[in-house]
Design a protein around this ligand. Structure first.
Ligand code: AMP
Length: 560
């Protein structure tokens, strides 16, 4: 089976990751948890299939390259500078606190100082993947709070890039067997010289050649070549710089991405490589999981718990205190603490390198993995608590606002209840108010409620199928109800409720198909207007209003 081991590990990796990832999603956990578990299943510590232990790390490395390339592509100096006043000291203090805590724990278990420092550093940096997922779900990226958190994360990422560069040079010192300080300084000097040379070459040559190449290829109009070009740049620069300058793949890829991110094609480059990046990032998490021995949870529960506490409590308390010290509101401090209370890919990379250089003991690596797994599992729960808090505050604010809005007159009668104030309802509402028709709107979306109220229309905020919202619009004294919502099933339910309160109400509803028309009429609507048919008639009329078709026979009315 040897010649198919690459295929076997790719297949097992993707299939297991898919299965466990979907399961995690079902359980409302981060899919990352699923990918890590898939790795545990494919690893040597659990029975059944065991993936090739030499191939997996290489595939993972491709994942790291593409992840770091993506980080570089999105790295924006401007975003960072905008929040540097808080992100820079915040991240540095937080890294220091976590590192000291990690080091303390390591010392407690009798590991050398070097191991403690690497262990602590690995606990100090949050996962970009986890944070961005949480933010995208909540549309937080473009908020002030979101920008602070992302800037903070960038500083952490940069610190980790630095740590990855310095670790090999300092390995001897950290291992505790530094005989000759001259050797250490030479190693450090060599590292800085190599990194300096690499950065110089990238800034002088790469900065011109790489975007130029991409723009030329984009000019050919071939999407395939464009994607290939981006991949060639990402992998080529990462591999080439590792071979020539001895810097890590990660640093090379990060720079390649950064040089591209000023180009106008950076967005397209990110989009085109996204599927491949996702696929290999998944393999990265799977291969990390393969290294994890779940027995640590049973055999050493206390150190696992302590590690977890450093990540979730130690780091968050530090972050919270710093953000508050900078005079930011409570909600900002809570959000930043919650988003950084987890660790992920960078910690794995750092732990992997630490183990390879024999600085970090195997238990340290396992603890980091266990801590990462647990903190990623818990992270959505933290966000759920925050969401609930925000919802409560929002509800209180709304009640206050509702008091100031145009009120429904106590003696309202013979009015029109307009349900839904979207594309259809807002136009309809204007037409009716222009003609002096008394109107009450029911709408569930906040910004549309605001718009209706700004137009001076008394508006009930809520779902029209909800008995309370419906009652507030006084249907028993209304003359007409107009349902301008797109969902006919919902509309049917609302109509039945309206009918029950007021049998003589005239009810008109919007529909989008013949089936919907039938459904609405069956539930008690007096008339319906089918949008698509009306649209067709209007379009036809437009053509028939101009020569040479003007004067053609008049069209029959569209309404049913
Ligand atoms: P449009 O399709 O653009 O005309 O938008 C329809 C509007 O109806 C949107 O503003 C929705 O928020 C609103 N809407 C849909 N269903 C309900 C409902 N059951 N109660 C109140 N408003 C609704």
């Amino acid at each position: 089976m040897h010649h198919t081991s690459l295929i076997a590990i790719l297949v097992a990796g993707f299939v297991l990751a898919f299965l466990f990832g979907s399961l995690a999603q079902r359980l409302r956990l981060s899919p990352l948890v699923g990918y890590l578990l898939a790795g545990v299943v494919a690893g040597p510590f659990t029975p059944g299939f065991v993936g090739d232990q030499t191939l997996a790390p290489q595939l993972a490395e491709i994942g790291v390259i593409l992840l770091m390339f993506g980080v570089g592509l999105h790295f924006s100096m401007r975003d960072l500078l905008a929040v540097k006043a808080i992100a820079l000291p915040g991240a540095i203090v937080q890294i220091a606190v976590a590192t000291v805590l990690g080091w303390g724990l390591a010392r407690l278990y009798g590991w050398p100082h070097g191991a403690g420092i690497v262990f602590g550093l690995a606990l100090s940096v949050a996962s970009t993947v986890v944070l961005l997922r949480a933010f995208e779900d909540r549309r937080l990226i473009d908020t002030t709070r979101g920008r602070i958190a992302v800037g903070w994360l960038i500083v952490e990422d940069l610190a980790m890039v630095l740590a990855l560069v310095l670790l090999p040079a300092l390995a001897d010192v950290l291992r505790g067997d530094a005989g000759n300080p001259v050797q250490v300084w030479t190693a450090l000097f060599k590292t800085f010289a190599k990194v300096g040379a690499f950065i110089a070459v990238m800034l002088i040559v790469g900065r011109r050649v790489i975007p130029w190449m991409l723009e030329r290829v984009a000019g050919t109009g071939s999407r395939e070549l464009f994607t290939l070009c981006v991949l060639a740049i990402a992998l080529g620069v990462a591999f080439g710089s590792a071979a020539m300058f001895g810097v890590s793949f990660a640093l090379g890829a990060f720079f390649a991405g950064m040089l591209l991110n000023e180009s106008e094609f950076s967005h397209q480059a990110a989009t085109e490589t996204l599927p491949l990046r996702d696929a290999f990032a998944v393999l990265f998490f799977v291969s990390v999981g393969m290294l994890f021995d779940p027995m640590i949870l049973v055999e050493h529960p206390l150190p696992v718990l302590a590690t977890f506490a450093i990540i979730v409590l130690g780091k968050s308390i530090a972050a919270y205190a710093i953000v508050r010290a900078f005079g930011k509101p409570n909600s900002t401090a809570l959000l930043i603490s919650a988003s950084l209370a987890q660790i992920g890919e960078f910690s794995f990379i750092l732990a992997g390198l630490g183990m390879e250089l024999k600085v970090l003991p195997k238990e340290g690596h396992d603890l980091i993995l266990a801590g990462a797994l647990l903190s990623i599992i818990v992270n959505p729960l933290l966000f759920a608590v925050l969401d609930r808090r925000e919802a409560r505050e929002l509800a209180a604010k709304r009640t206050a606002e509702d008091h100031e809005a145009p009120q429904i007159p106590d003696d309202v009668r013979d009015h029109v209840i307009l349900i839904g104030y979207g594309r259809v309802g807002s136009v309809l509402g204007r037409l009716l108010t222009d003609h002096g028709v008394p109107l009450v709107v029911i709408e569930e979306e906040d910004d549309r409620v605001d718009r209706a109220r700004a137009a001076g229309i008394p508006t009930v905020r809520g779902h029209a199928a909800d008995e309370r919202a419906l009652r507030e619009a006084v249907p028993e004294r209304a003359h007409t109800a107009m349902l301008a919502i797109p969902n006919a099933l919902e509309a049917g339910e609302i109509i039945a409720k309206l009918r029950a309160v007021n049998p003589s109400l005239t009810i008109v509803a919007r529909a989008h198909s013949d089936t919907e028309v039938r459904h609405l009429l069956e539930h008690g609507a007096d008339a319906t207007v089918m949008a698509e048919r009306e649209l067709a008639h209007s379009l036809a009329e437009m053509v028939l209003a101009t020569p040479p078709y003007r004067g053609a026979r008049h069209l029959p009315p569209a309404a049913v």
